[in-house]
Design a protein around this ligand. Structure first.
Ligand code: FE2
Ligand code: FE2
Length: 257
């Protein structure tokens, strides 16, 4: 089974890049299961209902979110009515939406969940380690896939080693910069610290570069706007899992500019 996982899709150029690259990849390979991080898909901030529906039309199986989960308020109208939109599982208890989904794919149960980091991030989030233990205990599945949405590379790497062999795929999101450490860990987990962003290449992690430079050089707190013109990038991983043993056999990165 080939599982394609696409990093944070950012605004207009991200959507264009996703559509173009999906077409290309699907013409060369069969993709059986598709996961997209959509926390920045609507103008860089959250996901509106139209963009969620558009992802469903593209054939996306699961959409994961992150610290921008609730930034587009439209999400409160539909997050509890759909079964494949996943916000961080370790958000404070009673947060809207779900932290995981289990999908029956031709008789194989695939559970996709998200954890958000606690290092350099919101301190109200619960421990990703203890909450993952809880989830693995309570949710039975053939395949587990975790989107670790975190800022600190060390926290993601420690998490990867700690759950190595118990989760088939652990992929990092959030920094918007792809890392070069995709590999199968000692006990069989396919791991990457950050998949990277699918969106504008010329901004600063998605935002217009002038706004961020002005903030850093002159302290000007201008409103963030997405970089909606110029070059695009596409960052994803492709993981192969054996249909019978449910073990990972291969991980590749796809980084297109
Ligand atoms: Fe993001
Ligand atoms: Fe994020």
């Amino acid at each position: 089974m080939n599982i394609l996982i696409v990093g944070d899709v950012y605004s207009k150029l991200g959507r264009e890049s996703l559509e173009e690259n999906l077409k290309k990849i699907k013409s060369e390979k069969t993709i059986h299961f598709l996961i997209v991080n959509g926390e920045n898909i609507s103008h860089g901030k959250g996901i509106n209902e139209n963009h969620y529906k558009w992802l469903m039309q593209l054939g996306v199986n699961v959409v994961t979110l992150g610290n921008h989960s609730y930034q587009n308020k439209q999400i409160f109208n539909y997050i509890d009515n759909v079964n494949n939109l996943v916000r961080p599982y370790n958000y404070p208890l009673d947060s809207p939406g779900k932290g995981y989904t289990t999908i029956n794919y031709n008789g194989t149960l695939i559970t996709v969940f998200q954890m958000i980091g606690t290092v350099f991030m919101d301190e109200n989030n619960l421990s990703p380690f203890s909450m993952t233990e809880k989830l693995l205990e309570e949710v039975k599945s053939d395949i587990y896939i975790c989107d670790f949405h975190g800022e600190a590379t060390s926290e993601k790497i420690a998490f990867g080693h700690y759950f190595d062999g118990r989760i088939q795929i652990i992929f990092g999101t959030h920094t918007h910069v792809a890392t070069a450490d995709a590999r199968i860990l000692e006990h069989g987990t396919a791991y990457i610290t950050d998949v990277g962003m699918t969106g504008p290449l010329d901004g600063v992690i998605g935002t217009k570069k002038e706004i961020i430079i002005n903030r850093m050089v002159n302290g000007c707190k201008e409103r963030f706007e997405p970089q909606d013109t110029g070059k695009k990038q596409f960052n994803a991983i492709l993981v192969e899992i054996d249909d019978k043993s449910h073990k990972v056999t291969h991980i590749d990165t796809i980084n297109n500019i």
